[in-house]
Design a protein around this ligand. Structure first.
Ligand code: SF4
Length: 385
């Protein structure tokens, strides 16, 4: 449409903000971004879309009259919404991921699960999936552009139902010529069934690593979160995968300080972290989301206790992932280098999601290299080619 990307320091005519509302701090970050764009681009139109635009449109509109809200449901017609008088529009698709060597392919949106803390089903609607053939086409296009690794993403990919299940999708994408690595972004433990395990463990490009969402190690808390599994199911799902491939690793998400979380519940989460030895844990302090059931739950955990528990969980998670890495020390593994350079080093990930830094030399992002893991450091391996 004749528009080009504004360079740093250049004033834009149009700014698009894709907001998130999954936690209170996501709301603050979205608001901050909108305000800073308004200030830095005094003549620009500011289009705001995404989940915060869906959950709190009035509070966003009250920031400035230059703001236009585009609801989530209209996000793919965003350009038409902003330029209603135009007749011809470019196709809406993502072809490049600036700064990323991994390409993210969204295969599903929405969720039917209604976990009691989560706002997503309210702002994204019910689950719907793309067709497998459409996803395969997109992956072929990304591989032709030079991407070696593709990550299948969605709000709840375990719900995928696009003329086949998630396992069928994984098998179909795995066949794409030239693709080197295939990852699933995140999944719930009860969704890792035999069929999906086979698709992941027997694939040509599928990596021996999954992000399996835990949220809490306490069955009492999992039940009150309306999660559909227990800590035993979580442990069994992971152990089954590890038995079939000892290199298999798991990353996870944990919510700290869910209402009513006691010291015993917290200790159960700590214990599970030690048992599983996650390659990485993402920790989120519980954040009250209006309209969700947990917002009405009593016995909220105080911010001080939440902070203490988060620090303890982080410390234990780091020790556990260090211990996990010890098992791989001395091995030679394939590393896909990323745009992650500092002090003469460049870093990347093994197929099973272990971070490795090597001397930069002539290596660059998106190179696949065989690396000997020579030292286990708190932030990952030091390796040599
Ligand atoms: S499954 Fe995930 S997206 Fe769906 S309600 Fe639960 S936490 Fe939210």
């Amino acid at each position: 449409m004749g528009l080009t990307k504004a360079e740093d320091g250049e004033e834009a005519d149009l700014c698009i903000v894709n907001t998130c509302t999954v936690t209170d701090s996501a709301d603050s970050a979205s608001r901050h971004e909108i305000r800073s764009l308004l200030k830095g681009h005094p003549n620009a139109k500011i289009a705001v879309t995404g989940c915060m635009a869906e959950s709190a449109p009035d509070s966003i509109l009250s920031i400035d009259p230059r703001i236009q809200i585009v609801p989530n449901a209209k996000k793919e017609e965003l350009i038409q919404e902003i330029f209603p008088d135009e007749n011809e529009f470019p196709e809406f698709k993502i072809e490049a991921f600036e700064g990323h060597t991994r390409a993210f392919v969204k295969v599903q949106d929405g969720c039917n699960s209604f976990c009691t803390y989560c706002i997503i089903p309210y702002v994204r609607g019910r689950s719907r999936s793309r067709q497998i053939s459409e996803v395969v086409n997109e992956v072929e296009g990304l591989v032709a552009k030079g991407f070696k690794e593709v990550v299948i993403t969605g709000i709840n990919v375990g719900d995928f139902d696009g003329a086949g299940r998630l396992s069928d999708l994984v098998r179909a994408v795995d066949q794409v010529k030239g693709l080197q690595r295939l990852r699933i972004s995140s999944i719930d433990p009860d969704e890792v069934d035999e069929d999906l395990a086979n698709a992941v463990l027997n694939g040509r490009t599928t990596v021996p690593s999954m992000h399996i969402v835990l949220q809490s190690g306490s069955n009492t808390i999992l039940k009150r979160m309306n999660r559909k599994y227990t800590r035993q199911i979580f442990i069994e799902s992971v152990e089954k995968m590890k038995e079939r491939n000892p290199d298999f690793t798991v990353t996870t998400d944990i919510i700290v300080g869910f209402p009513g979380e006691t010291e015993i519940d917290h200790a159960e989460t700590l214990d599970l972290i030690k048992t599983i030895q996650f390659a990485k844990v993402h920790m989120f302090p519980y954040s009250v989301r209006k309209r969700t059931r947990a917002a009405l739950y009593p016995n909220k955990v105080s911010p001080i206790v939440m902070k203490q528990r988060k620090q303890e969980l982080m410390r234990v998670a780091e020790q556990a992932s260090f211990q996990l890495r010890e098992k791989f020390l001395g091995r030679t593994m394939e590393v896909l280098l990323e745009n992650d350079e500092k002090e003469g080093m460049i870093a990347g990930l093994t197929p099973n999601f272990l971070r490795v830094s090597i001397p930069k030399g002539h290596w660059k992002a998106n190179d696949l290299v065989q690396v000997k893991l020579i030292e286990n450091r708190p932030d990952g391996f030091l390796g040599l080619v």
